[in-house]
Every structure is written in C-alpha cells, then in structure tokens.
Write a protein that binds this ligand. Structure first.
Ligand code: FAD
Length: 563
C-alpha cells in the first residue's frame, strides 16, 4: 500500500471541510482534501448558502441590534439541553469571526434584516438580521474548467433552467414587488448578452446561494494551493497504539492508499441520509433515502462508521434537518419545498383531508409533524398540498410555474397524476388522491373563512413574523387565502430532509469525544458528520452551514494552539 504524509487530511468537500482546509493550508499546514465523488461541494453546493450568524458584521449597516447574551440565551432555549452550553457559547462567540474570515478570503455576506429567526415565540429570537446570504460570486474568478468540478445547484433554483437567482430576488418576486420584474428582465438580458461566457459553458457566470459559497471557497482553495482529490473515498481511520488518529486509508483509482496526517484528520463527510440501512437503524419511520434533497452518492455515513470504529460517541442520531420534499421527474434529487407552502391559498392535509400543521412554519417541524401524523394513523406521509384556481394562476408550487405564465395546457402531459392531480371539484380531487372528500371540503371551507377574518383558528398560520416573510402582503393575513374556486389541484409531499444532524459527538473545538467523553487525539469533526450544536432545533436559516464552518474554523485554531 502506497504511503504519503500530510499535516492535515480533510474528508469531504462541503462548506465546513473546505473552510477548514483553506484555513489550515493558509496557516502553513500541508493539507489534503479527499472527496469521494467526482464533484466538489457536497450538499453545500446545492444549498441556499445562508448562514445563521448572531451579532454579525453586517447588522450595523442594516440597522439591526443584537447582542451575544441574548443570542446565547435564545440558542440555549432552542437546543433544549441536547448540546452542551460550552459548545453553544463557542458557536455564538465565534460565528462572526468565521464570517469575517469568509469575507477576508473573498466571500462577503449580507444579513437579511427581515428574515426572522425560526422560533419567534422563544425569548431572545430576532425579527431578522441573524441570517446572512452570500453576495453573488463571479464564476470567472474560479475559471474554467475548475467550475465544472463544482457540483451544480438544484435545477429548480434556475430561471428557465439556466439563470441563477439569489434569495433577495426570489423574495422580491414572491412579494410581488414591481421592481422585481425589471430586475428579472435585466438579469435575463445580462445572461443572454454575455456571449463570451456562454460560448464556453452553459453554467451561469453569476453564482448565487450555495454556488456562490462553494465557488468562493474553491477559488480561495486554489489561491492557497490546496491539494484536493476527487473520486477518493476515505475507507477507514488509522490509529496508533495510544488511540491517536494518525491518518486514514483512502481508495483512489482502484488503489488503497495509506495517508499519514501528522496533526490530525478533520471529518466533514456529511450526514447519512443516503444510506437506507442507517436510516432504518436510526431515523423515525417511515424513512426513505429517496425522499432526501441531498445529492445522490454523497452522504452515506461512511465517516460516521469510521469514527465509531475509532471509538467515537454518537449523538442525535434520530434527528434530521427535515423538510417536505417533492418528486420531480428528471430532477436528480427530490426537491425541498421551503417557500411556496407558505403563500396564501394553499393548505396541507392528511389522508382524512384534514389540516394538521401550520403550513408556513419552519420546515424541520413541518417534517416532524408529517411523521407524527403518519404515526397516529392519519396518513401524513405522504401529505397533500391542495390549492384552487386562484393560487394556481398566481403562484409557483414546486416545478409548476404560475398558471398565468405556464398554463396547464403547456405543462408536460406526463406530469398529470404523477406530479400534480387536478379535479373540477374538491370531491373529484379527493377521489383521485385517495383522501376523504368530506374532510377535504371542510378544511377548504375553514381556510376560506380564515382568509376572510385573517385568523387561522386551528394553527395560527401567519400569526408571527417568521410565517409572514414568505407571504403576500396584499392579503389581510399574508399567509391565508381562500380555497373556493376550481379547478382544484393537489401535489404530494414526502417527509424528506436537507441532511441528517446526528453524528460524532465533539467538544467546543470540534475534537471528537469517545464513549467516556474523552478526546480522541487527532480526530476532529464538523458539519452533518458531527452531532449538531443546534440539538433538535433549527434556530434560524443557516443553522447548518454556519456551525459547520465555525467549528472548522475553531478546529484549525485549536490545532495551531490558538483556541
Ligand atoms: P456536504 O456539504 O454534503 O459535504 C459532504 C461531502 O463529503 C460530500 O461531497 C460527500 O460526497 C463527501 N463524502 C462522504 N463520504 C466520504 C468519504 N468516505 N470520503 C470522502 N468524501 C466523502 N443549510 C444552511 O445552513 N443554509 C442554507 O441556506 C441551506 N440551504 C439548503 C438548500 C437545499 C436545497 C439543501 C438540499 C440543503 C440546504 N442546507 C442549508 C443544508 C446544508 O446544505 C447541509 O446541511 C450542509 O451542506 C451539510 O454540509 P456538510 O459539509 O456536512 O456535508
């Protein structure tokens, strides 16, 4: 077996792994990244790129007031004792330093003043300003062919299957701001007139969201001369007689290579959502690897198993970053439905045709409610999102563009009764989707009534600032609309996720702990490979990528004796 030596070996190429590797290389550690698939970026490249950063550098510009104590108390309440105070504090104290570092290496972020924390009812939450989104990144800085080695974003994020759109633009369009139309036209013109770039690649020069983040990180990686291997899967960790992790075995080009790591190994190999056996073992049922919105072939828990074999303690293994997902033909993964379900004029029902949740609430709780409903025997997995003609005309839902732009007659024929179901009446629709008709009619009647009064008496949809962010400000309650005009439509939701959140238990410096709580020397872990610092919760948008990169930042500081 061939042998090579590095200071640090980083497993995986998501945001946490890359940030840690860049920081280490820049600080003089000879670092290698091993990525098992052909493409770099993992789920992070598919993501919105948002990071949840309390007390961040951009809040002042946005006129947002925040402080560490309030942020800590909010996060601590969210976490419900399922991550140590020590780690929570380390996160709150370091997140902005990490964000500053991102800016320093060429990846600036902006805070979103009106995007609220996910639990407005919990003390210490903010009505906006803790979530930051990446500024658009020019792919020319990364260049070709390097861009082609980056995992592309989800097709559903592209306008006309080609043009990137960022979160600010998406929100502005959904909020029907007049300027959004001009922006859209401008964006299209810019894309189509950019012949020099379009002649070289179909991929948009303008990278947004997770593409901007990973594009920026890959550019920074090149600048610091980071060595990165693709199609190189970590197989096992190597330990010396004292238990110290001293390297790993990787399979590359059909060869098993033994790589030594003098300072340590940083695991950032994602979750285990693509491993059905591990899902069956750990997650709530029903569970299916196909329902996930993360890339095929990436996150199969390899490094969970390798860490476990090295003596690591696992925690939070039954939790995931849940989201309802949809199966869209020809898309490589199921599509996470984050936004559209919040718009007025739709409702989500179980097999009895009854609503069972606040459709506009945070997505992890949405997925948990689906599973709970299924467990009660009411049929929540799948659940159905139902809307009438008005909603269909004005709003997108998954792959369906608003009917005013793409009417039913222009939709692919094969989508009827596979992607969407349609009935002239609610009875007809109920029959097609196998849902109780009386229940469905009753739910639609109530929803129509609530839209008039502006008050959802069952689930208080639209009752808080978070719900209202993705609503229609013209309505009495931005999240409530009548469902009274046919034809009526239904689409199927699955209890999917954007990653699992259980993994190797770590301390405040991302050092992996063994079953007795002792540090395993030389082993560090970040991202969905580790047990999340967020415990069972999702305090705000960006609560997965923020910690992944922040703890990678801390791990490198610890390795250098600067923690
Ligand atoms: P990943 O980014 O998935 O990277 C893991 C990498 O490790 C993969 O490339 C994988 O192939 C590689 N790997 C696995 N096993 C091995 C092995 N044996 N050897 C070598 N390499 C290996 N989160 C946010 O915080 N903010 C958002 O805005 C956001 N938006 C999202 C939008 C969508 C549509 C989706 C799907 C997710 C979103 N998320 C968001 C969630 C977020 O993307 C993930 O939680 C995060 O990317 C996980 O990062 P990671 O580094 O742990 O794993």
């Amino acid at each position: 077996m061939a042998e090579q030596e590095y200071d640090l070996i980083v497993v995986g190429s998501g945001a946490g792994a890359l940030l840690g590797a860049i920081r280490a290389q820049e600080q003089g550690l000879k670092t290698l990244v091993v990525e098992k698939t052909e493409l770099f970026g993992g789920t992070s490249a598919l993501s919105g790129g948002g990071i949840w950063i309390p007390v961040n550098y951009d809040q002042k510009r946005a006129g947002v007031k925040d402080d560490l104590e309030t942020a800590f108390s909010y996060m601590k309440r969210c976490v419900r004792g399922m991550a140590s105070d020590d780690r929570v504090l380390a996160y709150v104290e370091t997140a902005n330093k990490m964000a500053e570092y991102l800016r320093q290496i060429g990846i600036p972020y902006q805070c979103i003043p009106k995007y609220a924390d996910y639990y407005p009812h919990i003390e210490g939450s903010m009505p906006g300003g803790r979530t930051m989104d990446p500024v658009d990144f020019n792919a020319a800085k990364l260049g070709l062919p390097a861009l082609e080695t980056m995992r592309p974003g989800p097709p559903g994020n592209l306008i006309l299957g080609r043009m990137s759109i960022n979160a600010f633009e998406a929100h502005s369009m959904l909020a029907r701001e007049v300027k959004s139309r001009f922006r859209l036209v401008g964006m299209m013109l810019k894309y189509f007139l950019d012949y020099p770039w379009r002649n070289k690649t179909r991929r948009d020069r303008r990278l947004t969201g997770g593409q901007a983040l990973i594009g920026g990180l890959l550019t920074a990686a090149r600048k610091v001369g980071l060595e990165m291997w693709n199609k190189a899967a970590m197989q096992e960790l190597l330990q010396d007689a004292s238990g110290r992790v001293i390297g790993l075995v990787v399979e590359k080009d059909g060869q098993r290579l033994q790589l030594k790591a003098k300072r340590g190994v940083l695991l950032g190999a994602g979750g285990f959502e693509r491993n059905q056996q591990m899902r069956d073992q750990y997650l709530n049922k029903p569970t299916n690897a196909e329902w996930t919105a993360t890339p095929v072939g990436c996150n199969t828990g390899d490094a969970h198993r390798a860490g476990e074999a090295a003596g690591a303690q696992l925690a939070l293994m039954d939790w995931s970053w849940g989201v309802p997902t949809m199966d869209v033909p020809k898309e490589p993964t199921f599509r996470g439905i984050f936004v559209e379900r919040s718009l007025p004029g739709c409702m989500v029902v179980n097999a009895k045709g009854q609503r069972f949740l606040n459709e506009s609430g945070p997505y992890p709780e949405f997925q948990q409610a689906m599973l709970a409903e299924q467990a009660k025997g009411n049929g929540g997995a799948p659940a159905w999102i139902v809307f009438g003609a008005d909603f269909r005309a004005q709003n997108p839902m998954g792959p369906l563009m608003p009917g005013s732009a793409v009417p039913d007659s222009k939709l692919r024929k094969s989508w009827l009764n596979t992607v969407y179901w349609k009935g002239e009446t609610l009875e007809e629709l109920a029959k097609q989707i196998g849902v109780d008709a009386e229940g469905l009619k009753d739910s639609a009647r109530k929803m129509t009534e609530y839209a008039k009064t502006g008050k959802d008496l069952d689930f208080d949809r639209g009752g808080n600032v978070f719900d209202r962010y993705y609503g229609d400000p013209r309505m009495k309650n931005p999240n409530l609309g009548a469902i009274d005009k046919g034809p009526f439509y239904a689409m199927r939701f699955w209890p999917g996720e954007i990653g699992t959140k259980g993994g190797l238990l770590t301390d405040r410096e991302a050092r992996v702990l063994d079953k007795e709580g002792k540090i395993i020397p030389g082993l560090y872990c970040v991202g969905n490979n580790s047990a999340s610092v967020m415990g069972p919760s999702y305090p705000g948008a960006g609560a997965t990528l923020g910690p992944a990169m922040t703890f990678a930042y801390r791990a490198i500081a610890e390795m250098q004796g600067k923690a």
